[in-house]
Write a protein that binds this ligand. Structure first.
Ligand SMILES: NC(=O)c1ccc[n+]([C@@H]2O[C@H](COP(=O)([O-])OP(=O)(O)OC[C@H]3O[C@@H](n4cnc5c(N)ncnc54)[C@H](OP(=O)(O)O)[C@@H]3O)[C@@H](O)[C@H]2O)c1
Length: 336
């Protein structure tokens, strides 16, 4: 078994496997979970050279961090642990959410995360979402204090604009920006990606499989997914948009067939290669709860697409019907 290659996050961040693992779905947002298989997936990922494991305090209102605790207790030295603060979502009514970035909240949040994760320090601590009422310098200043106190090793930001990233970097080095980036979601290529490349900040694309849509594992969220699945709220996966978007995947499926690969593998290889075009380090974090899929996904790090294949995939994002969130103010593109 060959382990995946490694890369450094930012100019002074940790060395990690070039693909990480998104753990959110193990406890939240994507319907019923087999906890034993999810635990086995964590172990299998580590064997394959995945070292960056991604969670957040909001995933299951702390449940996802608690779920990771035994795995971390067994493998603390091998894992680069990333979690996030700022967002709370009402479990009874997911449309009710709050975003907080003030220093007092950040201090309270890290203590909560450390306790649930059962660790002394988090390797990469992200601001999950920006509260525009708090100057980013103030939030990053509070995060930098956590670094000085040894509670956090490196800092990250999620769904920030290029301007916010530049302002933050003035306060403390940012190791990584985590934002949505896939064949279907390329808005960050306008300003965020060039800024990250210029500043030497790594990109950690979330939802690189388009939340599973690019793999063909579902077509219409309302028909194919469970009642509580978050993807039912996303305009591109429902109604007429879903069918129109599924039809766009024809070139992806054709390439996958010709290469004896899966559509998901082609989508992951695309993100890796797109980052090379922009000259920046990228560590996608596809989410899966299944061993066979983490094997399939990590194998994609070895796949290189041809110029013709990349050209065939180029128009997809421009043709997608429907936004990636119902409320785009939740994203950097909504503020740019
Ligand atoms: N910063 C943010 O705001 C933010 C937002 C969303 C997500 N995230 C993070 O990013 C991670 C990844 O994003 P994501 O989970 O939303 O989307 P994703 O990685 O694009 O897709 C995950 C979905 O694809 C399925 N899947 C994975 N590998 C597959 C394969 N080889 N074949 C078929 N289906 C496959 C998974 O199902 P199974 O689990 O059943 O395999 C899951 O339903 C999350 O876990 C979370 O840690 C961050």
């Amino acid at each position: 078994m060959t382990r995946i290659a490694t890369a450094q996050l930012g100019t002074s961040g940790p060395e990690v496997g070039i693909q990480g693992l998104g753990c959110m779905g193990m406890s939240w947002a994507y319907g019923p979970t087999d906890a034993d298989e999810a635990r086995a997936t964590l172990e299998r990922a580590l064997e394959l050279g995945v070292t960056l494991f991604d969670t957040a305090d909001v995933y299951g209102s702390g449940e996802n961090e608690k779920f990771l605790a035994p795995f971390l207790a067994a493998h603390r030295e091998e894992v680069v642990l990333a979690t996030k603060y700022s967002l709370t979502i009402d479990p009874q009514d997911p449309s009710r959410r709050t975003i907080r970035n003030d220093p007092a909240y950040i201090r309270q949040s890290i203590e909560g995360s450390l306790g649930r994760l059962g660790v002394e320090a988090v390797d990469l601590y992200y601001m999950h979402r920006r509260d525009v009422n708090v100057p980013i310098e103030e939030s990053v200043g509070a995060m930098a204090e956590l670094v000085r106190e040894g509670k956090v090793k490196h800092l990250g930001l999620s769904e920030v604009t290029a301007g916010e990233l530049r302002a933050a970097q003035e306060v403390h080095p940012i190791a990584a920006v985590q934002s949505e980036w896939s064949l279907f979601s390329r808005d960050i290529e306008r300003a965020v990606v060039p800024a990250a490349a210029e500043l030497g900040v790594a990109l950690v694309p979330y939802s690189p499989l388009g939340r599973g849509f690019l793999t063909g594992s579902f077509v219409n969220a309302e028909k194919d997914l469970s009642q509580d699945d978050f993807r039912r709220t996303q305009p591109r996966f429902t109604g007429d948009n879903a069918a129109a978007n599924a039809a766009l995947l024809a070139p992806l499926h054709e390439i996958a067939k010709a290469r004896s690969a899966s559509a998901g593998q082609i989508a992951l290889a695309w993100v890796q290669q797109r980052a090379q075009v922009h000259g920046l380090t990228v560590v996608p974090i596809p989410g899966t709860r299944k061993r066979s899929r983490v094997e399939e996904n990590t194998e994609a790090t070895r796949l290189v697409l041809t110029a013709e294949e990349l050209a065939a995939l180029e128009p997809l994002a421009g043709e997608v019907a429907g936004e990636r969130y119902a409320d785009m103010s939740f994203t950097s593109a909504g503020r740019d």
